[in-house]
Design a protein around this ligand. Structure first.
Ligand SMILES: [Cu+2]
Length: 464
């Protein structure tokens, strides 16, 4: 039997009704559902390898998919059973600043043995993710992340709605254990920590059975520390419906490849066009060569024919494009890294030579300054329109993520692109983004290549 989206919602509603018995209400009122960061081990590498020790939410990697209806509240108690302090960030959510989870900016890190109560409203439908935001270069690499799905009141009619979290791991090829050198000078000064084992949802040989002509919603999340995923479809025909959670005005047919930098997401609708007995694929393209990222064996023929192209997802509210004629200009110059031209930069309030910076394991500067500063990059008035020019004067790509607010890229012809929360820039490029500073608070703005963030590429803006 094929369930439509509405059938699934009906089943969910029936389960909800059953849970309103008095005894269940009493149990729920005691405390928020725990989300426990802890050590665990699981079979990450192929079956002939040992299990891999990871850190995961509720001991799994990825952590549990958290699903909530649009406008609903997310309440969890973050319980830290790790040997290290941690915090939890909700990437892409236009969140109350106090819940943004940035250790050292919006809250103190949660000490081992301590807990932190999370309670926020998810205003926008779409695909988001949560991940550790203390010592991120280590904690995300060890597995502390999961998906947050905020469902439309009435989503598209699909056979299955699947989260596919793409990641790579740097594993010891003999023991299958995660390489514990999170301060590698080479990773920091080059393209970041790039793994040697790539998988979907932490599963070797990730596979989903499908039928011909079924329509699936694939929620792709790039959780990698540094890897840029270039993706293609085989035996599937699809449309990009949303980027970084936010619906596109019109579905965009996937004719070529989809590029996802670290932190970025794409929602696809795909129709299975491979024949029964064949296998369809989500393909990872690496230097022009294709690799299986996820497999979709076509186990049966569908009773129906292919369906019409999908309608756009409903837009999220209060996303008025900024008035560029009134916009404040802010410039972010990126310098440093290997094969860069950085001679010196300010670090901890002092000017340091590049040699001194190398000794301090710091490699990247924003506007001549390395790392977090007491003063923000910009102090913005509430609802102030901003154009932020990002000049990548380095030899490497960088994926700049703004917390708390989405932005649009300004194209060369002055038009505004789709809403995003992370923009991928390549070496030598200048890109410009624009947004209205509608969300008050202190918001991190950093490279999501996490080794880069740990070695200089972190700043912040204040919205008053
Ligand atoms: Cu970077």
């Amino acid at each position: 039997m094929i369930y439509s989206r509405r059938d699934i919602l009906k089943i969910g509603a029936a389960a909800g009704f059953a849970s309103t018995s008095p005894s269940n209400l009493f149990a729920q009122s005691n405390s928020a559902v725990p989300l426990t960061a802890r050590e665990a081990s699981l079979q990450l590498a192929p079956p002939d390898y040992p299990q891999t020790a990871i850190w995961g939410f509720d001991g799994s990697m990825p952590g549990p998919v958290i699903r909530v209806r649009q406008g609903g509240r997310v309440t969890r108690r973050l319980v830290n059973e790790l040997p290290q302090a941690t915090s939890l960030h909700w990437h892409g959510v236009r969140i109350d600043n106090a819940m943004d989870g940035v250790a050292g900016l919006t809250q103190e890190a949660v000490a081992p043995g301590a807990s932190f109560d999370i309670d926020f409203v998810a205003p926008d439908a779409g695909t988001y993710w949560y991940h550790a935001h203390n010592r991120s270069v280590e904690q995300v690499a060890r597995g502390l992340y999961g998906a947050l799905v905020v469902e439309e009141p009435e989503g598209p009619d699909v056979y299955r709605d699947e989260v596919l979290i793409l990641d790579d791991w740097l594993l010891n090829p003999d023991t299958a254990q995660i390489d514990p050198d999170f301060t590698s000078r080479h990773d920091r000064s080059h393209a970041g920590r790039v793994g040697n084992f790539i998988a979907t949802n932490g599963q070797y040989g990730h596979s989903l059975d499908v039928r011909r002509h079924e329509r699936l919603r694939l929620r792709l999340v790039n959780a990698a520390n540094a890897r840029i995923f270039e993706l293609a479809l085989a035996g599937l025909e699809g449309w990009v419906m949303a980027l970084d959670g936010m619906p596109l005005e019109a579905p965009q047919p996937v004719s070529d490849t989809v590029l996802l930098g670290p932190g970025q997401r794409a929602d696809l609708l795909v129709d299975v066009v491979a024949e029964q007995g064949e296998t369809a694929y989500l393909v990872r393209v690496d230097n022009g060569e294709g690799f299986v990222q996820s497999a979709f064996p076509v186990i049966a023929a569908s009773s129906g024919a292919r369906r019409d192209a999908p309608q756009a997802l409903p837009p999220n509210a209060n996303m008025v494009p900024p008035d560029l004629s009134q916009a404040r200009h802010v410039r972010l110059h990126m310098g440093g890294g290997a094969m860069g031209r950085l001679q010196s930069a300010q670090f901890n309030g002092e000017r340091r030579t590049f040699r001194q910076l190398v000794d301090a394991n710091q490699f990247w500067a924003f506007n001549d300054v390395i790392g977090m500063t007491d003063d923000p990059l910009a102090v913005l008035a509430r609802d102030e329109p901003v154009r932020l020019e990002i000049v990548n004067d380095t030899s490497f790509p960088h994926a700049m993520h703004l917390h708390g607010m989405h932005f649009r890229e300004i194209a060369a012809d002055g038009t505004l692109g789709p809403l995003r929360d992370t923009v991928l820039t390549f070496g030598g490029e200048a890109r410009e983004i624009a947004f209205s500073a509608h969300n008050p608070g202190d918001w991190l703005f950093h490279c999501h290549m996490l080794s880069h963030a740990a070695s200089g590429m972190t700043t912040w803006v204040r919205v008053t």
